[in-house]
Design a protein around this ligand. Structure first.
Ligand SMILES: *Cc1c(COP(=O)(O)O)cnc(C)c1O
Length: 327
């Protein structure tokens, strides 16, 4: 078994220097624009979906089944990528109230995705079961479903970020810059796992830093281990060690919880946009960049020369927060 992929996103994504932030903090901080991997498919999920959907097609599946929050970037990217490849999508989305038709959910509906809304309790306890029932439901109609777990963060999906890691190594040569520290948001773990794995496989010795925006660092270290155990089955010829001890995931920036924004977090998004002309999202990159900023001020990365933050996307999710900005 080897990990193969489709070509869906616009790669390589640009790397830009964050001028104001670098000057202010007396550091060299760069950003990789994975928010620009596409429009309908924009963000980090498309890198993982290039692998997952390839596997779906190779298994003769005709329908992608996945899950996420009501404003899931991953679900929206899955629906869009599916359409381009002639696959149907069924999106199992979490919402306890009747959802506002806006942001990513509006795009899901515009694209005609089959959306199934479930409660947060069902989402937590039995989303896998619900998706498996959908596979059965399809089977009765002579169709074949392929389940992509939350965020496509499984063994196959994580190769999207192994690939991104290799892309960064290529860009380092072109730019004449070595990034000793790479920072990314941790939401379901696949992005961090892929970067960690890429670093291991290539023996690059970079510092891979995750900032979690839900749950805890400890929970994610375990999740990353299980994603990587599964990933290992695709590369049996590679020998490397996975240990929680060398995983750096920084806790402390979840705030009031997943997808919940506090005033200071939205203010940070505004300050950053005013300084750099780059829009972060409220659920993931806004909190993670705020985390990186605070950690830099504390001196956490004082031995890093060039720091690369990966902008993993999420712009559409910002629109559902419009009422909270106080404009
Ligand atoms: C899903 C997502 C993340 C988190 O990536 P994981 O691989 O799920 O950890 C970060 N940023 C955005 C915008 C996302 O949609």
């Amino acid at each position: 078994m080897i990990a193969k992929k489709l070509k869906l996103g616009n790669f390589p994504t640009k790397i830009e220097r964050l001028e104001k932030l670098s000057t202010m903090l007396k550091e060299h901080i760069f950003i990789k624009r994975d928010d620009q991997t596409g429009t309908e498919i924009s963000g980090n999920k498309i890198r993982k979906l290039e692998y997952s959907i390839n596997e779906a097609i190779n298994n003769d599946c005709d329908t992608l089944i996945t899950c996420g929050g009501i404003q899931s970037n991953h679900a929206r990217a899955t629906a869009a990528a599916g359409i381009k490849l002639g696959l149907k999508s069924i999106l199992v989305l979490k919402s306890d109230d009747k959802p506002e038709v806006e942001g990513n959910y509006l795009l899901d509906r515009i694209m005609g995705a089959d959306v199934r809304i479930i409660s947060s309790e069902d989402y937590k306890n039995k989303r896998q079961e619900i998706m498996e029932e959908i596979v059965e439901e399809l089977k009765e109609k002579g169709r074949k479903g392929y389940i992509i777990p939350e965020g496509a963060s499984n063994g196959i999906g994580t190769f999207g970020y192994v690939n991104c890691f290799n892309e960064i190594l290529e860009q380092e040569k072109e730019l004449g810059i070595t990034f000793d520290t790479i920072v990314a948001t941790v939401g379901s773990g696949g992005t961090f796992a892929g970067l960690y794995l890429g670093n291991k496989i290539t023996g690059s010795n970079k510092k891979i830093v995750g900032i979690n925006i839900t749950d805890t660092a400890e929970i994610f270290k375990d999740r990353v281990c299980s994603i990587l155990e599964e990933a290992k089955t695709y590369i049996p010829h590679k020998d490397f060690e996975i240990t929680k001890e060398d995983m750096c995931i920084i806790d402390g920036y979840v705030g009031d919880g997943y997808a919940i924004s506090r005033a200071e977090e939205l203010e940070f998004i505004c300050d950053f946009a005013e300084a750099e002309g780059i829009i972060l999202d409220p659920v993931y990159t806004g909190k993670a960049m705020r985390g990186l900023y605070s950690e830099l001020k504390k001196g956490t990365f004082s031995d890093s020369n060039n720091i690369l933050f990966i902008h993993t996307g999420g712009l559409f999710g910002l629109f559902s927060k419009k009422g909270q900005f106080g404009f």
